[in-house]
Design a protein around this ligand. Structure first.
Ligand code: ARG
Length: 588
């Protein structure tokens, strides 16, 4: 379906042309005087110079040709030359009915769907998930869903950090603690145990212990580095330990992400890229893209237009070891082979921007990806505490994601059970849903690149611009619809008719913006625009609700139209929170 603003623009173009002016002047925007009109065009102002005419004269000419418009009920030329536009109420009602009948609520599908890989999450195996990982998961999940809703073929890849030094550290520490294990016996050639020699709890203790110890003890660090090297070169026993680490850790990660409604299509990691590295390096050398610089193999990526120094992308250290950039390039080789993507979006901490500039340039320059493959870095800012510093526990330690989630869960549980008697089980489920909404909306309502303050009290409030407020609004609509249904009223095929009040018309116009907002959120990779929209929409609904008796309405036709409007409002809100990655409970 065409967006409402496109339909209005088309009528305006027509009017400009008929009045003898260029149609490209006919740009329409949302009105900045909503008290006077809903849309406006400043085209007459823009045309004044070219036509050497007072803008008001142009505006008046154009307005004359809008008299029998189907979508504009009133067009007024106002000084100095604005064109104020009021939308025809019958047209709005008709538009809503069409949206209601369309399973994608009026969102058009692209003619040529793209294949898009979203690289997000990026946790490091065996290291506990901490709040720093929250943003990538939350934003990435939403970006993935936005692209999918826009009709593209989308793959979310977690891109685990599963091949680095942390593995060598764990192996070294494990050998120190349990040297008798067969993994450390080079003469052992039997089957290794299928059961891991540690639990997730132990693993999460082993890593920080080893990491701290290595910082103080050179010999230990050397050993860990060597273990990393041996693992990366196929050591049999270490590979077996690595598999245990992976199994234990991935099971835990799955549980954590599942709790956050975050689901990946691909559980690939840095380790999966390794097999592409040797051939890639060979080719880059042969074709002259890579050269030795101070012992390391590098690809130059600086460009003439650079205003600051962009260092070369390093792909092999002097000792032959590969680096972060090597892995990312090799991962692109793999993605090309497996999926041939049109676009790859990386949702990563913005402090890694330079790394991605280097990788993207190297990938383009060397033909690892095609010229028109879009490589996009969506860098996000830091999640801070109320003191403006990176979010910490009360004791000042790194906050584990699990603890944060359970803290907010408890808070929500208290809130909903405070003054109500809900069954414990239902209350728990509901609290969980609201907690996820609080966390995700709190994050996503900010522009991703900005740092933001994680304010638990504000995020969990049922009032204001919060996730719980949005859910509360949806639940309110559900409750009205349920009551209407219970009174055994027919719900299907109800139609919206012309608005009966200003607040109803305002709500209708908000609902109509759905496809345009989704499209923009996709084009700009901007979940925060969806948050801003549903906040406006929820406000418009609540305003209408407070001014209107719905269930008590005696005029049945009017009531039917209200119910149809509520139905579509609910669908739109639910579709929006779905792409934000959370859902509404039945009651709260
Ligand atoms: N594991 C990395 C980290 O914790 C993030 C990975 C981001 N994705 C990527 N393709 N490099 O910093």
């Amino acid at each position: 379906m065409n967006q409402i603003i496109e339909l209005i623009s088309a009528e305006l173009e027509c009017a400009f042309e008929k009045a003898g002016y260029e149609k490209k002047l006919a740009k329409v925007t949302l009105s900045n005087r909503p008290d006077l009109c809903e849309y406006q065009s400043n085209g007459a102002m823009a045309g004044a110079k070219k036509y050497k005419k007072a803008p008001i004269m142009i505006a008046e000419d154009v307005v004359n040709y809008l008299e029998d418009s189907t979508c504009i009920s009133e067009a007024t030329a106002v000084k100095p030359g604005f064109i104020n536009l009021k939308i025809d109420p019958a047209f709005v009602a008709d538009y809503l009915n069409k949206m209601n009948e369309d399973e994608s609520l009026g969102l058009s599908k692209p003619e040529n769907p793209k294949t898009i890989v979203v690289d997000y999450g990026g946790p490091n195996v065996a290291k506990p998930l901490h709040v720093g990982h929250l943003r990538s998961g939350v934003i990435g999940e939403s970006v993935k869903r936005i692209c999918r809703k826009a009709g593209h073929r989308v793959l979310g890849d977690i891109h685990l950090g599963d091949w680095g030094y942390q593995m060598g550290l764990i192996i070294t520490e494990l050998r120190k603690r349990q040297p008798e294990l067969p993994y450390f016996d080079d003469s052992f050639d039997g089957e290794y145990p299928t059961e891991a020699p540690f639990t997730i709890g132990e693993l999460e203790e082993i890593y920080p212990t080893a990491s701290a110890y290595a910082k103080e003890h050179d010999e230990y660090r050397e050993e860990a580095l060597h273990s990393t090297y041996l693992l990366q070169n196929g050591h049999r026993g270490y590979t077996a330990v690595w598999k245990h680490i992976m199994n234990v850790s991935v099971a835990d990660l799955k549980k954590n992400y599942e709790n956050l409604n975050i689901e990946f299509d691909l559980w690939k990691g840095e380790s999966d890229a390794q097999k592409y590295i040797p051939d890639m390096i060979c080719r880059l050398k042969d074709e002259g893209f890579a050269h030795i610089d101070e012992g390391a193999l590098v690809i130059d990526v600086k460009e003439e237009s650079d205003t600051k120094e962009i260092p070369p992308c390093m792909i092999q250290k002097s000792d032959g070891a590969s680096l972060y950039g090597t892995t990312d390039l090799a991962t692109l080789v793999q993605r090309e082979e497996d999926f041939d993507p049109d676009k790859v979006i990386y949702v990563v901490d913005k402090r890694q921007e330079l790394h991605f500039v280097q990788v993207f340039r190297a990938a383009k320059k060397t033909g690892i990806v095609k010229e028109n493959t879009e490589l996009k870095f969506l860098g996000f800012g830091t999640m801070n505490g109320k003191d403006g510093k990176p979010f910490k526990t009360r004791e000042g330690g790194v906050m584990r994601l699990e603890s944060l989630i359970s803290e907010i869960n408890d808070k929500m549980f208290e809130k909903i059970t405070d003054n109500r008697t809900v069954e414990e089980d239902e209350a728990k489920e509901t609290a969980k849903k609201i907690a996820i909404a609080a966390i995700k909306y709190g994050d996503l309502s900010n522009q991703a690149a900005k740092d933001y303050i994680f304010d638990v009290d504000r995020f969990t409030s049922f009032e204001g611009n919060t996730g719980p407020y949005i859910l509360y609004t949806i639940v309110r609509i559900k409750s009205i619809l349920n009551k209407y249904r219970e009174a055994e009223n027919e719900m299907d095929a109800l139609k919206v008719s012309e608005a009966h009040s200003d607040s109803e018309k305002a709500l209708m116009l908000e609902v109509c913006k759905y496809n345009s907002v989704m499209q923009t959120a996709y084009e700009e990779i901007a979940p925060h625009k969806i948050c801003a929209y549903i906040y406006d929409l929820a406000n418009a609904f609540n305003h209408f609700y407070h001014e209107t008796k719905i269930l008590a309405e005696e005029d049945k036709d009017k009531q039917k139209s209200y119910i149809a409007l509520l139905t579509i409002t609910k669908k739109v809100l639910e579709s929006c929170i779905d792409v934000l990655g959370f859902e509404a409970p039945e009651r709260m």
